[in-house]
Design a protein around this ligand. Structure first.
Ligand SMILES: Cc1ncc(COP(=O)(O)O)c(C=O)c1O
Ligand SMILES: Nc1c(O)cccc1C(=O)C[C@H](N)C(=O)O
Length: 428
């Protein structure tokens, strides 16, 4: 990132906002209120804000349902039968994939299970799964239950790699060395793309290459990376991935997830998979015949017919991503998070109250900074919230703050700086 000579002044923040080519997007979102005032919302890592356009997109589908009823499946330019196609160009851009490698469907954890059915096939001595220690609990439960499903012992089968003693982030060299060490016993590397707790962005390209080097598959949970960090899943050769759309993709609580399956598996019928009629050859689906013929690419992993209202809300947000462009969003994101980092260092410096544990290099993180709280515990978080700061507290002792380039401003970050300054007096 260029040296921007950040300053802890309102004038500086306002100047940055004036020069921000994405500044108009903020007005396209609803901001919640805390204590009657617009929140300083830094919680896109948990739930993204609602685009104002969502209502219109939903209303259109409600009208289609009201006016067309069952004919809505096949009639009109937005026929529900094909509507998932609409989301593919924007998703492909966000994930760094070809459109036929991605499809919006289900929820994240469900998708993880379906993908593991295909990409976790323990055989002989090749049974082990490598993941990061402290992965999001749902991923841990999914991996454990898959291992048990294959009659194996999770304790022996799942290798959890932790940072070195006294460190908070995993060194890429340690991940690569562990892959090599497990070698021919490794069936799968399955990690978060961005670690939900520390905010570390893993080197997915090198990790994938290392996994392939020992004959293992490699997949990522991109819940915290999709719409946040630059991704090139196709070029990196990643085998599979899944994400959710309710965080950085601003598509609504619990809304639809998506999957990526690399094109080398697009017509691979040797991979086991759980099938359903929506993954069956579209041209023959309504012949209602026996014998599953998977669709080309990721679509062949679909099971059930698309949730149209979910896709409508998703599309409202994806259209904003397509307009804004991931490159521009990332360029702003590096500056915005860089500004937050600068202010935290400048203000809390040697206070001993908190410490940034997210990597200090922009290429090793998304927009989130995770702050390890040394003094004051959750009371620090509560006091910020009382002043309108919406971040989140994650046990045992981290506050996550995620200024998102789509709707946060430099002024938001500056205002947080003023609140931080005040709270340091309270917790010193
Ligand atoms: C990294 C990660 N994986 C999985 C999940 C669970 O997703 P879902 O409940 O949508 O399956 C979350 C968040 O809830 C998450 O942050
Ligand atoms: N999906 C959530 C929910 O319904 C309630 C509270 C939190 C969530 C989250 O998504 C948590 C999030 N995945 C995390 O990184 O902590």
């Amino acid at each position: 990132m260029p040296n921007l000579n950040f300053e802890f002044t309102e004038e500086f923040a306002l100047k940055m906002d004036q020069n921000d080519p994405l500044r108009s997007y903020r007005d396209q979102f609803y901001f919640p209120k805390v204590n009657g005032r617009d929140a300083l919302y830094f919680c896109g890592n948990s739930l993204g804000l609602q685009p104002k356009s969502v209502k219109t997109y939903l209303e259109k589908e409600l009208e289609n349902w009201a006016n067309l009823a069952v004919d809505g499946h096949f009639e009109g330019e937005d026929a529900w039968m094909y509507v998932r196609q609409k989301s593919k160009p924007a998703l492909a851009q966000i994930l760094g994939a070809h459109p036929h490698e991605v499809v919006a469907m289900n929820n994240l954890t469900s998708n993880l299970h379906f993908l593991l059915v295909s990409f976790y096939q323990p055989k002989g001595e090749r049974t082990k799964i490598l993941c990061e220690a402290g992965a999001f609990p749902s991923d841990q439960y999914a991996l454990e239950s898959q291992v048990k499903f294959h009659g194996l012992d999770p304790e022996e089968t799942i290798v959890e790699l932790a940072p070195r003693a006294g460190e908070h982030i995993l060194r890429t060299e340690d991940i690569l060395a562990k892959v090599k060490e497990i070698g021919s016993s490794l069936a799968l590397v399955m990690m978060g793309g961005i670690q939900y707790y520390s905010g570390q962005l893993f080197d997915m390209k090198d990790i994938t290459a290392a996994a392939h080097g020992v004959g293992a598959y490699c997949g990522f949970d991109l819940a915290h990376a999709a719409g946040n960090a630059p991704l090139k899943l196709h070029n990196w050769g990643v085998d599979f991935a899944t994400w959710c759309s309710y965080k950085y993709l601003n598509s609504g609580p619990g809304n639809i997830s998506g999957i990526f399956v690399h094109e080398r598996f697009a017509d691979d019928q040797s991979l086991p998979r759980f099938a359903g009629w929506w993954g069956h050859d579209e041209g023959q689906r309504f012949l209602m015949e026996k014998g599953f013929i998977p669709m080309h690419g990721a679509d062949g992993w679909q099971l059930a017919n698309s949730n149209i209202l979910a896709l409508a809300a998703h599309q409202a947000s994806l259209d904003l991503f397509a307009q804004a462009g991931m490159e521009q969003l990332r360029a702003k994101s590096e500056k915005l998070t860089g500004y937050l980092e600068f202010l935290i260092d400048e203000i809390s410096g040697n206070s001993g109250i908190l410490e940034i544990i997210t990597p200090r290099t922009a290429s090793e993180r998304g927009c989130q900074l995770s702050l390890l709280i040394h003094k004051g515990g959750k009371a620090v978080f509560d006091s910020w919230y009382a002043h309108g700061v919406v971040g989140d507290w994650r046990n045992p002792n981290v506050i996550r703050l995620a200024p998102t380039p789509m709707y946060n401003s430099f002024l938001d970050v500056y205002r947080f700086g003023k609140i931080l300054e005040q709270s340091l007096h309270d917790f010193a």
